[in-house]
Design a protein around this ligand. Sequence first.
Ligand code: GLU
Length: 325
Amino acid sequence: MLNLSKGWFFTGLLAFSVLLASISESMGRTFATIGTGGVTGVYYPTGGAIAKMVNEKRSDYDIRLSVESTGGSVYNINAVTSGDLEFGIAQSDLQSQAWNGAGDWEGRAQEKLRSVFGLHPEIITLVAAAESDIRTVQDLKDHRVNIGNPGSGNRANAIDVLTASGVDWENDLRAESLKASEAPRMLQDSRLDAFFYTVGHPNGAINEATSGRRTVRFVPITGLDDFVTEHPYYTVAEIPVDLYPMAENKEPVPSIGVVTTLITSEDVNEDTVYAVAREVIQNFDSFKTLHPALERLKREDLLRGLTAPMHPGAERAFREAGMMP
Ligand code: GLU
C-alpha cells in the first residue's frame, strides 16, 4: 500500500517536472548557473552581481541566472567543461593550465573551455598569527597551515609557492585542506598557524581573520622572480593592508597575483553568453559598484587573462562595444 502510493507520488512528480520543463521551454526561458567560490570570498558576490544585472533584463533576454557557492576555480573549470554548470569564475593561471593540458589537467587539455571576460585581480594572501615566528614562506615549516580545499585555486597556488620556495608541502608542514571560509575562525581559535587564500581585496574572509582577538600579519611572498618569469600568468603584486586596519602590517605587503575570469563551455548557446557579456560590458560602471573588490577595474581589464578562445557570444558583445582587439 505504502509502496503503491509512493510509486504514484513519484510518477506524479515526474509528470509535474516534465510539465514544468515544457512550460519553461515554451516560454523560451533559459536557466543558467554560475559556479563561484566560498561565501566569504569575492567570487560569490561577483557572480551575484553578474546575475543581478542579467536577471533585471528579463524582458530583453528571458534568462534566469543563478549563483552557486562551490569549491573554487578548479571545481568550476571541471563543472563547466563537463556541462554541469554553464558559467564559472576561474583564476587566469588555472584557465591557462586547463586549456593547455597542464597542472591538474596534465595531458587532458580542456578543449570545450571558452573565456567570456576578465575580472578583478587576486593576490596570493598568506596570513599568519602575529605571535608565531612566521615571517617568510620558509618559516611555515613544522606549522599547521591551511592550503585550501581540493578544487580551490588557492590550493594550487599554495603548492606552487611552497614548492618554488623549497618547502615540501607534504612533509615539511602540516597542510590542512579546509575551505577558505573556515580558515579565519580556525586561525582565531589557534587551531591553525597560517593560511593561504588567493583572493581579491577587500573580502569577508580576510576581514574576519584580521578582526578577531588574535592579532594576525600578512606574510610577504618574495624571492620568486625566476618563478614568475617562467610562469607569465603570475605577476608581482602588493596586498593593500590599509583595507585591514587591525592587521599587524602597516606597509603594503609584496606577493604575487593573478587575475580572475568568467568562463563557459563551447556547448553553451551563443545568445546566453552574449547576454551575460553584453550586460557587464554595457553597464560596466554600475557593475563596478556592486563589490569594493571590483571598484578599481577598468574597461580594458575585461580582456585580461583570457587564454582559452573567447566564446562567440562574448566576441559579439565585445565587437558591438568596439572593444575587439
Ligand atoms: N581564487 C579562489 C579560488 O579559485 C576563490 C576566491 C574567491 O572566492 O573570491 O578558489
